[in-house]
Design a binder for this molecule. Structure first.
Ligand code: IPM
Ligand code: MG
Length: 290
């Protein structure tokens, strides 16, 4: 018996979750796995009911579970709220509190969808099968200090991109391990020509690679990677990268296969529960249409 918490959230989240639930029940029947499903509010839906995007009870329920299935959060209704009260804090809070540091985001070409891809057939002809391994609990998203203040009568804003070597090592190990089960190619994507944090990523990853001699490691600057993803997506197997770069590149990778709406993702840590969610967002513009 597995305890699974369902967090449908906002926008198309509840519609997507209703279908996902059917799939889960079919899996349960076919493979004889019992799921104990509990549902809770999250994001804007939770703000409306309980005043906060992620209530303590909801977090506790998740912590005691085996897995969390997440829909999507956010929408124009809550856009005016201060940063700490926005629906997005819910997913960021879950990632941080559950210490889900490795986000696996695949983008593979489904042949019947190829015509939906914005790319030409010749570019897709080599196939697309990419796995973005995005670090999820560090970098600009959580770095301190961050804020807006006034200096000499002018507003200044700052965010901090910080990584410890341990944070880099643990996600790199996951990257190499998943690469071992694929085409054994791992590309570290960074901005090592400009950022100190990227230089540390290169140092640590070049240490970790010694434990995985069967995986071929390469390095690429993030701007070049954004270009190669549309010019030559077939060249990639596993892309390992920090939080913000991974956020951007995983959307790009999902879009080139024809629909961001079809790609799943898993957020893993050292121990359960892990969190599973679609790569897409709450898509308020198309919500409520089934
Ligand atoms: C994602 C989303 C989130 C992120 C938002 C909703 C905070 O864009 O999961 O990629 O930036 O990580
Ligand atoms: Mg994103």
């Amino acid at each position: 018996m597995y305890n699974v918490v369902l967090l449908p959230g906002d926008g198309i989240g509840p519609e997507v979750m209703a279908q996902a639930k059917k799939v889960l029940m079919a899996v349960s029947e076919k493979f004889g796995i019992a799921f104990n499903l509990k549902e809770a509010l999250v994001g804007g839906a939770s703000i409306d009911e309980m005043g906060v995007p992620l209530a303590d009870e909801t977090l506790e329920l998740c912590m005691k579970s085996d897995a969390v299935l997440f829909g999507a959060v956010g929408g124009p209704k809550w856009d005016h709220l201060p940063m700490e009260l926005r629906p997005e804090r819910a997913i960021l809070g879950l990632r941080k509190e559950l210490d889900l540091f490795a986000n696996l985001r695949p983008a593979f070409l489904i042949p019947s969808l190829a015509a939906k891809s914005p790319l030409k057939g010749e570019i897709l002809s080599k196939g697309v099968d990419i796995l973005v391994v995005r670090e999820l609990t560090g970098g600009l998203y959580f770095g301190e200090p961050k804020g807006i203040k006034v200096r000499d009568d002018k507003r200044i804003a700052y965010d901090t991109l910080v990584y410890t070597e341990d944070q880099i090592r643990r996600v790199a190990e996951i990257g190499f391990r998943v690469a071992q089960n694929r085409k054994k190619k791992l590309c570290l994507v960074d901005k090592a020509n400009v950022l100190e944090s990227s230089r540390l990523w290169r140092e640590v990853v070049s240490e970790v690679t010694k434990e995985f001699p069967d995986v071929e490691l390469s390095y690429m600057y993030v701007d070049n990677c954004a270009m190669q993803l549309v010019a030559n997506p077939g060249m990639f197997d596993v892309i390992l990268t920090e939080n913000t770069f991974g956020d951007i590149l995983s959307d790009e990778a999902a879009a080139i296969i024809g629909s961001i709406g079809l790609m799943p993702s898993a957020s893993l840590g050292d121990k359960k529960p892990y969190l599973y969610e679609p790569v897409h967002g709450s898509a308020p513009d198309i919500a409520g249409r089934g």
